[in-house]
Design a protein around this ligand. Sequence first.
Ligand code: PLP
Length: 396
Amino acid sequence: MNGFSVVGFNWESSPAATELEIVVMEWLSKLLQLPKSFSFSSDSGGGVMHSTTCEAFVCTLLAAKEKILDPIGRDKAEKLVVYCSDQTHFSFQKSVKIVGINPKNIRHVLTSKSTNFRLTPQSLDEMIKRDVEVGLVPMYLCATVGTTSTTAVDPLGPLSEVASAYNMWVHVDAAYAGSACICPEFRHFLNGVEGASSFSFNAHKWLLTNLACCCLWVKDKFVLTKPLTTNSEYLKNKATDSGHVVDYKDWQISLTRRFQPLKLWMVLRSYGETGLREVIRKHVKMAKDFEELVTLDKRFELIVPRYFSVVCFRVCPYVIGKKYDYDPEANEFNEKLLESVNATGCAYMTHSVVGGVYFIRFAVGATLTEDRHVAMAWELVKNQATSMLYTPTPKL
Ligand code: PLP
């Protein structure tokens, strides 16, 4: 990419990079079957490549803030409230702080196992109502498709309905799971996205693209670019003045930008939509196989149903003589199990905690992963657990 020596500032300095980005974002939006309102072919929609979801959060939060304060006055900034769930990625909270929202006005709506850690419209509505009653101003909702801990999917349609009653901006963060939605059988996870103001996913997570590449679409590019537009004398040019070109510098934080679309263009052209779907399906199938192996061994349990290519599991508390789901010793046992699996150097898994329960996450997402690796990973987990369970603790 550097070989082309693209000077990624405005359209005039990098017309090829800009035009290719538009093409690639349109291709992707078709692959994801995003509503036409997010496309450049609509009156005000369009897509842009950022590096990270955090940047997408910052830019859309800023746009939402400006939009809501314009009619009511900047002195109301302290009253603005943003909403997310207790499963939303931490980068959202960071972004909220960056755009100067009072940290006391970030609402992490609680989720629970009974709804598989989804954000429910009822609990959101209740929280918003309480805020409105005390004179606060609801501004922004971050809904997630594929939460980081358990890949929970928030119900986009019903949540957008609640938010739209308060004229709020709704952003859909599908950083990990968005890629899966290029397959028709997984597209339903995005149902309701038409009610959102913006949508983003990280192509570097599961669409075979090198770090870092976050694709963001908005319904209203004029609202997005309003707080981000700069108009320095030295960048003035006829193309920009004509209003017919896209100056991506006004869609992001910095002026300078990399030739990001080239790497996604290469991926799309090399694999094609059929090839990409095959990769996703293969990964999901391997995760499903692992999930089946877990469920066949009664000593283990799934923490949540598997939707994509992440399996959340643990050794059941009863196996170590414990009764309660969130027993600290059960947590400790699973933590030690994960440590021992990773210490072998043969596989690497991660963990999380939801509802006080520590669990292990097995994720498939690399191009070189094969069925035999999955089988080996399960053998490893099973054998480590067996040896931990049947190794007598030395008597002192
Ligand atoms: N959102 C979700 C659901 C994620 O899983 C992650 C990262 O794991 C992020 C956001 C953060 O992404 P980024 O590092 O691109 O800001």
